[in-house]
Design a protein around this ligand. Structure first.
Ligand code: NAD
Length: 277
């Protein structure tokens, strides 16, 4: 098991960059007070990792919150993603510049190819490699890449992705893909870790949560971490942001981990990567 200490804990990516294993997702947070407040509360609670994307249309607010915070830039890990319409070499370079302008930051910690758009993602990747080699991004990765996408990408890539951000929750585990990523030193990261709120309606998670005096959300976030998966639960509510990260005072037993693993139904709440590309 990877080491889990506290909210400030990090895991090393294959290029040596340390990535906080718990972050705040900001999909569907409005680009204004909503996202700024959420990030302020998260930073106060100890989060040091924010996950946005060009597609979320809130990079400006994300940047404002980070730039105004008293926490040094170097202590906050910021991820963004290149959107599907911007894929291809030249378009990706331009999209990255726009993202950096909106964020108003000097560098990005992690830039991801948002979806494996057929016929384009290799050129997109070449742009990410160049931006990385120029020192503009600390780490590069992909999102929503199944094993065949990763194999295809790595045939031509000069740098292997450091991260694969995938839909991951108790109903969608994709163990073989996780094992493939592990073998290739690609860090697995969970999107929709709370199953878009569905974990709060599940009796198995409820029973485990009650045993530990925790919530279903906390049990799920803890399950991610004990599985070695980086996780970015989303909320814009102060109490939920604080609660989702309060997962460092208990441990799930092997039996509890197995009970949650057994909930897997290969069920998605988001799009199938093979249908997006
Ligand atoms: P999530 O699984 O994190 O669930 C978020 C929802 O759960 C919230 O909107 C809220 O309704 C509920 N919730 C959160 N905390 C709660 C609490 N403590 N109590 C009760 N309800 C609570 O869903 P998500 O936003 O889809 O995923 C998280 C992040 O992953 C996103 O914000 C985004 O950053 C990223 N993401 C990436 C992709 C991708 O394609 N790479 C796709 C979707 C999401």
């Amino acid at each position: 098991m990877k080491k889990i200490s506290d909210i400030n804990g990090k895991w090393k990516l294959h290029n040596g960059v340390e990535m906080p294993y718990l972050g705040l997702g900001v999909y569907k947070a409005d680009d204004g007070k909503e996202v700024i407040n959420a990030i302020n509360w998260a930073l106060d609670a100890g989060y040091r990792h924010i996950d946005t994307a060009a597609f979320y249309d809130n990079e400006e607010g994300v940047g404002k919150a980070i730039n105004k915070s008293s926490i040094p830039r170097g202590e906050i890990f910021v991820t963004s993603k290149v959107w599907n319409d911007d894929q291809g070499y030249e378009k990706t370079i331009a999209a990255f510049d726009k993202t950096m302008e909106k964020l108003n930051l000097d560098y990005l910690d992690l830039y991801l190819v948002h979806w494996p758009i057929k016929g384009k993602f290799k050129e997109t990747w070449r742009a990410l490699e160049d931006l990385y080699n120029q020192g503009k991004i600390k780490a590069i990765g992909v999102s929503n890449f199944l094993q065949h996408h990763l194999e295809d990408l790595m045939q031509d890539a000069t740098i292997a992705p450091m991260v694969n951000q995938m839909e991951f929750h108790p109903w969608l585990v994709q163990k073989e893909l996780q094992d493939f990523c592990k073998k290739n030193k690609i860090q697995y990261e969970a999107w929709s870790p709370l199953g878009q709120g569905n974990v709060f309606k599940n009796p198995t998670l409820k029973a485990i949560a009650e045993k530990h005096g925790k919530t279903e959300g906390q049990v799920t976030v803890r399950w991610d971490l004990q599985n070695g998966v980086i996780t970015i639960p989303k909320s814009v509510k102060k109490e939920h942001i604080i609660s989702n990260a309060d997962v460092f005072d208990f441990e799930l037993s092997q039996d509890e981990m197995a009970q949650i693993d057994a909930m897997d139904k290969h069920e998605r709440f988001g799009p199938d990567p093979d249908e997006m590309s």
